[in-house]
Design a protein around this ligand. Structure first.
Ligand SMILES: Cc1cc2nc3c(=O)[nH]c(=O)nc-3n(C[C@H](O)[C@H](O)[C@H](O)COP(=O)(O)OP(=O)(O)OC[C@H]3O[C@@H](n4cnc5c(N)ncnc54)[C@H](O)[C@@H]3O)c2cc1C
Ligand SMILES: *[C@@H]1O[C@H](CO)[C@@H](O)[C@H](O)[C@H]1NC(C)=O
Ligand SMILES: *[C@@H]1O[C@H](CO)[C@@H](O)[C@H](O)[C@H]1NC(C)=O
Ligand SMILES: *[C@@H]1O[C@H](CO)[C@@H](O)[C@H](O)[C@H]1NC(C)=O
Ligand SMILES: *[C@@H]1O[C@H](CO)[C@@H](O)[C@H](O)[C@H]1NC(C)=O
Ligand SMILES: *[C@@H]1O[C@H](CO)[C@@H](O)[C@H](O)[C@H]1NC(C)=O
Ligand SMILES: *[C@@H]1O[C@H](CO)[C@@H](O)[C@H](O)[C@H]1NC(C)=O
Length: 540
């Protein structure tokens, strides 16, 4: 039954589990429990790998004393660290590629859903939670990094963190870097394939613009690389949903040159200091200026001198020296009134630490800290802006920020290299024509359900207020800022119509090619999540 109708079997099982949970009855024999999945899975893995010794070290049943600490280690949003959060029946922690291959084969034959987790930073936690019975394929042990400075490349397994990548490059060279995200604990597995970005976005584009090769385990358990997967799938894995096509094992990437000396600064203004003028000018300058310059803008409602106001911060990386930067901004962005005293000249690795909120001078070893089992409560959303927001518009937005009191906005300038890469060169579509990307951000520490509801309502309102200022048809969104509010499929149903709703927002017109590739490589939709790429309807 499981073999001939995997999906039917699965929904049949999930009905049992839902009933069991809702009615607090004892779990029936038919519903998958950690007991009913654990032993068959173990047996299947042993059959597949031919090694009982290996397998006995990589499967955690719910009854295992380490289950909870393994599960929690890479929970990165405390909203999904509750007793009520759905838990995996078992957790598999592969130590080598063959364990991943065996897990895919066994999950398919047993008819159980897998969720793939690398660094666990998915904002909606969908790498480690699910609405139907599931197991976690937890990739944290596959974290090898090999840096080859002669070739200017690096081989990186998905369980590595961004901090480890930056550190290993720095160990070998002070004039090489990699353009990826800001937070050192973010995992390579989720981040890179979705088009991760950081403070070198305007000079070097996205992570996916530097991928030379990818290893992936497909739905048949085959280990493929660029050559054996073909250019269609290789295209899809650069910006399409990584978890819709298979399990990524590693990326081989091209490193980029960085100067020995870079410059960082942070300047803050309140509304009373004409911060609005600053934001008006920022929109004219930040997406168009020298592409070595990335000026992020943060807007927070705060109290200053007893007054509710908005604080605007300009946080910057310049791939060059302070003198050049000051004269450039004096000319192009005079309202900033930047002086050399505002700037810090430092090495690229120190700029990485500084952007990640460590003080300049911190030892790069700090980047290796995985900070297991710690998280805030958070919600994030995204938008793209294609036309400058008028002064009146900004003033209205400030009013709303102050009224809501809590969510903040981050403007990340595009332009530069992002304008040079065609929207269909990779599956990531948000290129030329976008002035900046907005991140909506709210973070809290009160674990109560009321707080959750309150902050959720506030960030949704802010997102709704912003409608007139952002992209339309589709209202685009950034896949790495996962947001289930923009649409989901009924998990397991593979509805094309539902998939199109969020799919067009994340991928614009590239969605249609992604659907074709998905249908070709995983026609039964084994690799799925709440926002995965659907397959073509069978009738079409
Ligand atoms: C504190 C914080 C800071 C962040 N900063 C940035 C930033 O500066 N720039 C930026 O671009 N983004 C940033 N992000 C977003 C981040 O890039 C994404 O959440 C990213 O997907 C996280 O990758 P992960 O491996 O840690 O997450 P996971 O939760 O493990 O995975 C995310 C998604 O990818 C899938 N996936 C993971 N591994 C694999 C694999 N091996 N094969 C197939 N599918 C896989 C998962 O199933 C899930 O759907 C940040 C997030 C957080 C929480
Ligand atoms: C494992 O292999 C044995 C012998 O080939 C077979 O009898 C058994 O059914 C297999 N078990 C699973 C779970 O595949
Ligand atoms: C828990 O699972 C791990 C991984 O399979 C294993 O090494 C360990 O022996 C198990 N612990 C117990 C108490 O069963
Ligand atoms: C920038 O430098 C000037 C002096 O040159 C100083 O008055 C101002 O406070 C500095 N701003 C910040 C944000 O450090
Ligand atoms: C704000 O702008 C006005 C008009 O341009 C100017 O007169 C005033 O000095 C500015 N205030 C500050 C704090 O810069
Ligand atoms: C989860 O909650 C426990 C307390 O119940 C806490 O000790 C742990 O740090 C939390 N972990 C995360 C990732 O939120
Ligand atoms: C959130 O809580 C604050 C403080 O209790 C309250 O003033 C506000 O109205 C609440 N907002 C929402 C959207 O629930």
């Amino acid at each position: 039954m499981a073999k001939s109708h995997p999906l039917g079997f699965l929904s049949f099982l999930s009905i049992f589990l839902v009933l069991a949970l809702q009615c607090h009855v004892s779990v029936s024999l038919e519903s998958p429990t950690t007991e009913s999945v654990y032993l068959p899975f173990l047996q299947c893995l042993i059959n597949q790998t031919n090694s009982a010794d290996e397998v006995s070290n990589i499967v955690y049943a719910q009854t295992n004393a380490s289950y909870t600490s393994v599960l929690r280690a890479y929970i990165r949003n405390a909203r999904f660290n509750r007793t009520s959060t759905p838990k995996p029946l078992i957790i598999i922690t592969p130590l080598q590629e063959s364990h991943v291959q065996a897990t895919v084969v066994c999950a398919k034959s047993i008819g159980i859903q897998i969720k793939i987790r690398s660094g666990g930073h998915d904002y909606e936690g969908i790498s480690y939670i699910s609405d139907e019975p599931f197991i976690i394929l937890d990739m944290f042990n596959l974290r090898k990094i090999t840096v080859d400075i002669e070739d200017e490349t690096a081989f990186i397994q998905v369980g590595a963190t961004l901090g480890e990548v930056y550190y290993r490059i720095w160990e070998k060279s002070k004039v090489h870097g990699f353009p990826a995200g800001v937070c050192h604990t973010v995992g390579v597995g989720g981040h890179v394939g979705a088009g991760g970005y950081g403070s070198m976005l305007r000079k070097y584009g996205l992570t996916i613009d530097h991928i030379l090769d990818i290893q992936i385990v497909d739905v048949n358990g085959r280990l493929l690389n660029r050559e054996s997967m073909g250019e269609d799938l290789f295209w899809a894995l650069r910006g399409g949903d990584r978890g819709s096509f298979g399990v990524i094992i590693s990326y081989t990437v091209q490193l980029v040159p960085v100067p020995e000396k870079v410059t960082v600064f942070r300047v803050q203004r309140f509304l009373a200091d004409n911060a609005t003028d600053l934001v008006v000018q920022w929109q004219q300058v930040a997406p168009h200026i020298d592409d070595r310059l990335f000026m992020r803008l943060l807007m927070q409602p705060v109290t200053n001198k007893g007054q509710l106001t908005v604080r605007v911060s300009v946080v910057t990386l310049f791939l060059g020296g302070a003198d050049e930067l000051v004269s450039l901004l004096d000319k192009e962005f005079p309202l900033l009134r930047l002086t050399k005293e505002n700037c810090t000249e430092t090495s690229w690795i120190q700029s990485v630490l500084w952007w990640d909120n460590f003080p300049i001078g911190t030892s790069p070893e700090a980047l290796l800290d995985r900070e297991l089992d710690s998280a805030d409560f958070l919600r994030r959303k995204s938008d793209y802006v294609q036309n400058p927001i008028s002064r009146d518009g900004l003033e209205w937005i400030w009013k709303k920020l102050i009224e809501l009191g809590k969510p903040g906005l981050v403007f990340n300038p595009y332009g530069g290299r992002m304008n040079e890469i065609p929207a269909d060169a990779t599956a990531f579509p948000h290129r030329a024509g976008n002035l900046f990307k907005i991140q909506y951000s709210v973070t809290w520490d009160d674990p109560s359900a009321e707080a959750d509801k309150n902050y959720t309502t506030r960030i949704r309102r802010l997102h709704s207020y912003m409608t007139p200022f952002v992209s339309k048809n589709p209202r685009s969104a950034f896949l790495n800022y996962r947001d289930l509010d923009i649409g989901t499929n009924d998990f397991g149903k593979d509805s094309y119509e539902q998939g199109e709703v969020y799919g067009l927002k994340y991928f614009n017109d590239n969605f249609y090619r992604l659907v074709k590739i998905k249908t070709a490589v995983d026609p039964e939709n084994f690799f799925r999540n709440e926002q995965s790429i659907p397959t073509l309807p069978k009738s079409k």
